[in-house]
Design a protein around this ligand. Structure first.
Ligand code: SF4
Length: 188
């Protein structure tokens, strides 16, 4: 299968491009749209499960589900195009944070204490990675990650008690997403 984003971004060394475009914020290229994600992608623990909640919501834009721009729609698109895509898991600011307007040099600007806020999120990242039996810096294929999520985190509500995006529905988006899987046509 052709890997999504197999063209080097002409304006942003180290990144990849998939779409002809003209309007990506921060894009330095006049030829292609950088989809903001490096290869291999670097994703923090809690964003692994945020991706499933977003998928289950059926929304297209991050702002419509998270209330803020981030790169989860681009990540989801890439995962769906390539189940063998490698993801490097981390417990800190990641490729999804890269285009978020709340990202600060010292952390996450969701609260006025960006460092403290990011430390809270890092605890959440660590808890998710521990449940998935993954170590910081480890790489895993998207398909294997989905199997672990389905087996080990059937109920995200026990982790994401403070989530303002998915808790209003009782985390139904997440359950729907892990039931269906990112590659339903490949299900046996
Ligand atoms: S900077 Fe904060 S709010 Fe923005 S994507 Fe990263 S963790 Fe989420």
């Amino acid at each position: 299968m052709r890997e999504a984003g197999s063209t080097a971004c002409s304006g942003w060394p180290g990144r990849r491009s998939v779409f002809p475009a003209t309007s990506a914020p921060g894009c330095r290229s006049t030829v292609t749209l950088c989809v903001y994600l490096r290869y291999p992608v670097k994703i923090r623990g809690h964003h692994l499960v945020c991706t499933y909640c977003f998928y289950g919501s059926g929304k297209k834009k991050a702002e419509d589900f998270f209330g803020i721009k981030n790169a989860i729609p681009q990540l989801l698109q890439k995962l769906r195009q390539n189940p063998d895509m490698a993801i490097t898991v981390v417990t800190n600011l990641d490729d999804v944070c890269d285009i978020c307007p709340l990202k600060k040099p010292n952390g996450c600007g969701r609260s006025s204490d960006a460092f403290g806020q990011n430390e809270k999120l890092r605890g959440w990242d660590r808890a998710i990675l521990e449940a998935l039996d993954l170590q910081e810096g480890e790489s895993i294929k998207a398909k294997e990650l989905e199997t672990r999520i389905q087996d080990r985190i059937p109920d995200i509500g026990t982790f994401c008690t403070n989530c303002s995006s998915s808790s209003p529905s009782g985390w139904e988006e997440y359950r729907k997403a892990i039931r269906k899987g990112l590659w339903p046509d490949e299900a046996t």
